[in-house]
Design a protein around this ligand. Structure first.
Ligand code: ZN
Length: 484
């Protein structure tokens, strides 16, 4: 993909589409140059209201022009601009347009505009046969950005390209077939991180047995693929004691095990490694940007499948931490593999804080829908930083309480705990299950079951994998590194 920056409308090369932004009620949000007289009658007609994300296609001076609505000027923010500009990309995709130029509004909005355009310029076309090529979503191959702010921020564009390509990479990982998911992830890690200042370690099944990671091993017992624990470390500030550990749930496919899911519930379950993909994508971006931070991504990878060897309801398994778990629901497997990874991080990695991200509970989707992830933490500073990153990036979080009384749901008569506390308050209870495996290290848990994977496109996210978490966590790392 080619990116071109122009300071004004005068030296534009010809493209297939030129996009002009407008505030609601038709007030131009940029200079219209020689196109003014051609556009004005449309604005006067009232056919185009410039509501946020509204588009109107027309021809002026032989050029195809899209009028783009930004909504009310008083309501403008980064997220409204991301959403508005993504609507123009959708229009270009609908018209199978290959090159487009976007006029940017003045002010400190360049990053949001860029994100809106580039995050939506994604498609997962891998499985479309050539004969069905016409149903592929076409991508813009040349993108022009027009405005003095745009030109001034060339370095920012290079940075944002790294971030967006990491988001797209995560989407590819999550959208991949469950059957080859683990091979695909391992192959990608080796090719992406080779030669970079990043240390990759894969703990295979034998190593997990040596380490006595009884919960990761239990979850994967019925699977055709062996489990592993992926550790990717980037040391961007060797002199600093700060070490952020990001743990991501990597269930490559979740049938629910013997507590089997119905068809509907299983349809999207190749996305159950979205947390793992997000933490790997975050470290990829942090390393490529050279952030001054030490960060490790830890991704326990396992398939929750059904077989005679599958882990059993009523059985007890011993975790890496030593805590024993009676299984009362084999579909509550994500917390099991996370528990081993969290305990491993605490014992071996010297974390200054841990953030885990996981498509952990349907209850989080029921509570918050697919726009917002649930945040849990007893550490106020960590919460403040993560909520600030959520506001900056538009990857929304809402803090839910860790209700101590609900821990009673985990009492077991034969082990230290059961693994499921029941449906009511399920997202909170899942977080409470994880808490003892972390102990006193500052820790936050993000349940991204809603935003990680969508059934249809929404704003700048295409349908299926969204890559949610990368921009949020990267901004969080920037805060920890003192970059903002
Ligand atoms: Zn499950």
């Amino acid at each position: 993909m080619k990116i071109e920056l122009f300071s004004d409308l005068n030296q534009l090369p010809k493209s297939d589409l030129l996009v002009f932004p407008f505030w609601e009620k038709g007030e131009s949000a940029s200079d219209l140059g020689r196109f003014k007289s051609g556009i004005e009658p449309i604005l006067k007609s009232g056919d185009f209201k410039a509501r946020n994300g509204e588009t109107f296609l027309c021809y002026v001076e032989g050029l195809r022009i899209a009028l783009l609505g930004l909504g009310k000027k008083s309501d403008v923010n980064s997220e409204s601009l991301r959403r508005a500009y993504s609507a123009a990309v959708r229009l270009a995709q609908l018209k199978k347009i290959k090159s487009a130029q976007f006029v940017c509004i003045e002010g400190n909005h360049t990053q949001a505009i860029f994100e809106g355009i580039f995050l939506s310029n994604y498609a997962y076309n891998k499985w479309k046969s050539d004969s069905f090529h016409e149903v592929c979503v076409p991508l813009l191959e040349t993108i022009g950005l027009i405005g003095t702010e745009a030109v001034r921020h060339e370095a920012l564009f290079r940075e944002l390209q790294v971030i967006v390509s990491s988001v797209h990479w995560v989407r590819d990982l999550v959208n991949g077939n469950a059957d080859d998911k683990l091979d695909f992830v391992l192959h990608e890690i080796k090719s992406i991180f080779s030669g970079k200042k990043v240390r990759v370690e894969i703990f295979d099944k034998q190593k997990l047995e040596e380490l006595q990671m009884g919960l990761i091993l239990a979850v994967s017992r019925g699977a055709p693929t062996e489990p592993c624990l992926i550790q990717v470390s980037y040391e961007g500030n060797p002199g600093s004691p700060e070490h952020v550990v990001l743990v991501g749930k990597g269930v490559t496919y979740d049938t629910g095990g013997f507590s089997i899911k119905p068809t509907e519930g299983m349809l999207t379950m190749k996305c159950d490694m979205s947390g793992a993909a997000a933490v790997l994508g975050t470290v990829r971006a942090a390393a490529e940007l050279g952030l001054k931070i030490n960060v490790t991504a830890l991704a326990p990878m396992a398939e929750n499948s059904i077989d005679g060897k599958s882990y059993k309801l009523g059985d007890v398994y011993r975790s890496y931490s030593g805590r024993t778990v009676e299984i009362n629901n084999t579909d509550a497997e994500g917390r099991l593999i996370l528990a081993d990874a969290l305990a491993f991080a605490v014992k071996n990695l010297g974390p200054s804080c841990i953030v885990d991200v996981a498509t952990l509970t349907g209850a989080a989707i029921i509570a918050l829908g697919d726009d917002i992830s649930a945040l849990f933490s007893d550490d106020q500073k960590l919460c403040d930083q993560l909520l600030s990153s959520a506001a900056t990036t538009g990857e929304a979080l809402w803090r839910l309480p860790l209700v101590a009384d609900y821990k009673d749901a985990y009492k077991s008569e034969i082990a230290d705990t059961v693994n499921s506390g029941g449906r009511e308050g399920g997202a909170i209870k899942a977080a409470l299950f994880l808490q003892p495996f972390v102990g006193v290290v500052p820790w936050a848990h993000i349940d991204l079951a809603g935003p990680a994977y969508l059934n249809k496109p929404k704003h700048y996210n295409t349908s299926k994998a969204t890559g949610y978490g990368v921009r949020l966590l990267l901004d969080f790392l920037r805060q920890r590194a003192g970059h903002r």
